[in-house]
Design a protein around this ligand. Structure first.
Ligand code: NDP
Length: 445
């Protein structure tokens, strides 16, 4: 495989899309050996086909705000690869959304979904709409307008979107309502639905729970557990709160959370009532980080800084891409951190990732660590197809087993001669092989 040529060609076809190029390079670097050992992949052009989305759909979303003003946003759906099942991946509503970010997320999603062992292809979508500070009515009108365009592109056997940054249960509800009205049918078209109308129990906390289950497996390879460990978490959204809850349950102490404007350090631990307090603020669309320090004595708000400067045993970046750079990684390493598990998608820069790998830190890449979210979405699709609802314990047990299996796949494909596990390599190879072999089976498409 000529990696430089492939990357040059990608750069020409998709100029300036740095996040997309970064994600592709990371995967190709770690599967290079496997591709070279399997000439049938080269002959069938698997690499060139897998790095290019099947189709990129974009549309205008027009909606009216509370003042009666008409607003125009951009909407997208990227259907990346459906070799192993219908396109599946979240919708992100955030002002930073653009094609580069959605392509990187959609590309990662192919391998993540493959790792879950469930039949789901890769896709991603979203809009540059910013739900922050919007009223409920504005969010509803935007979601309805977004779905008026999206509904023709998706379907329970075609493409099943879910949530992501800026898209939680409320937004999924408004979009599902409009889909149902337009299509005149109740189907499992979105995941992350309310549990009263087809959503799976445990889906809201699944990504965070799954991330901690994965980290638990990594720690076990070194004969240790979360018990008594200090843990830094970034963000405080869907992923972070599930992770904080599970870490606490396993005896760890979460000492940080963050937002774009800074982080909270609470040496007494962020758990129980404190998590409830944060969730209430979040549900009412308010800033959460600064008020926390006022509410809980002993906690400090560190404006404009990131939590990676705090001395912790485990770090769980759960906010956004490229939020942990080389300098941050070095601080974590110098402070004795032994495990970094990516709850967010691509939160570590390439420099940070290489530092973790070089220093034999237990480093779990996003596509393995946060696969519990989409895995539970897959379980929601199964329940919808069967017209059944499984109890929480059953869903959680399946999620836990899936995370153990993903960890085992990483160990199988990523164990190095010295016995340490390169989880980046392991996850990329395991995820890639299943998709590549499926593409070979299905002919040139
Ligand atoms: P949310 O919107 O629920 O939460 C994101 C959190 O990160 C918010 O607390 C937000 O703060 C904070 N944040 C955003 N930007 C920054 C920044 N630059 N620095 C620090 N904090 C920041 O999103 P999710 O929890 O759903 O997603 C988080 C990450 O996890 C994303 O990378 C997503 O792709 C990934 N993911 C999510 C899954 C899911 O099931 N939801 C599944 C798999 C991956 P504020 O609200 O103040 O802006």
């Amino acid at each position: 495989m000529d990696l430089n040529k492939i990357m040059n060609d990608l750069g020409k076809k998709h100029p300036g899309e740095v996040e997309y190029h970064q994600a592709v390079r990371e995967v190709l670097e770690s599967i290079e050996e496997v591709v070279n050992e399997n000439p049938q992949f080269e002959t069938a052009g698997i690499i060139e086909r897998i790095i290019e989305p099947d189709r990129i759909l974009s549309f205008k979303v027009t909606w009216v705000d509370d003042k009666g003003k008409v607003n125009v946003n951009l909407g997208y759906r990227i259907q990346f690869n459906n070799a192993i099942g219908p396109y599946k991946g979240g919708l992100r509503f955030h002002p930073s959304v653009n094609l580069s970010i959605l392509k990187f997320l959609g590309f990662e999603q192919i391998f993540k979904n493959s790792l879950t062992t469930l039949p789901m292809g890769g896709g991603k979508g979203g809009s540059d709409f910013n739900p922050k500070g919007k009223s409920d009515g504005e969010i509803m009108r935007f979601c309805q307008a977004f779905m008026m365009e999206l509904w023709q592109l998706i379907g329970p056997e075609t493409d099943v979107p879910a949530g992501d940054i800026g898209v939680g249960g409320k937004e999924i509800g408004y979009m599902y309502g409009m889909y149902k009205k337009l299509r005149r049918e109740n189907t499992g078209i979105l995941t992350g639905k309310g549990t009263n109308w087809g959503g799976s129990l445990v889906r809201p906390e699944a990504t965070g729970f799954g991330a901690v289950y994965f980290a638990q497996e990594m720690l076990a390879t070194k004969g240790t557990t979360f018990e008594g460990k200090n843990v830094a978490i970034s963000g405080f959204g869907n992923v972070a709160w599930g992770a904080a809850t599970k870490v606490t349950e396993l005896g760890g102490r979460v000492v940080t959370i963050s937002g774009p404007d800074g982080y909270i350090y609470d040496p007494n631990g962020i758990s129980g009532d404190k998590i409830e307090y944060l969730l209430e603020l979040r549900a009412s669309n308010q800033d959460i980080v600064a008020p926390y320090a006022v509410e809980f004595p002993g906690a400090t708000f560190n404006e404009g800084k990131r939590p990676w400067e705090v001395k912790v045993d485990v770090a769980l970046p759960c906010a956004t891409q490229n939020e942990l750079n080389g300098e941050d990684a070095q601080k974590l390493i110098d402070n004795g951190c032994i495990c970094v598990a990516e709850g967010a998608n691509m939160p570590s820069t390439p420099e940070a990732m290489h530092l973790f790998l070089k220093n034999n830190i237990l480093f779990g890449p996003a596509k393995a660590v946060n696969a519990g979210g989409v895995a539970t979405s897959g379980l929601e699709m199964s329940q919808n197809a069967m017209k059944l609802a499984w109890p929480a314990e059953e869903v959680d047990a399946k999620l836990h087993q899936i995370m153990r299996n993903i960890h085992a796949a990483c160990v199988k494909h990523g164990t190095k001669a010295d016995g340490n596990v390169d989880y980046v390599k392991g996850a990329n190879i395991a995820g890639f092989l299943k998709v590549a072999n499926s593409m070979l089976d299905q002919g040139v498409l």
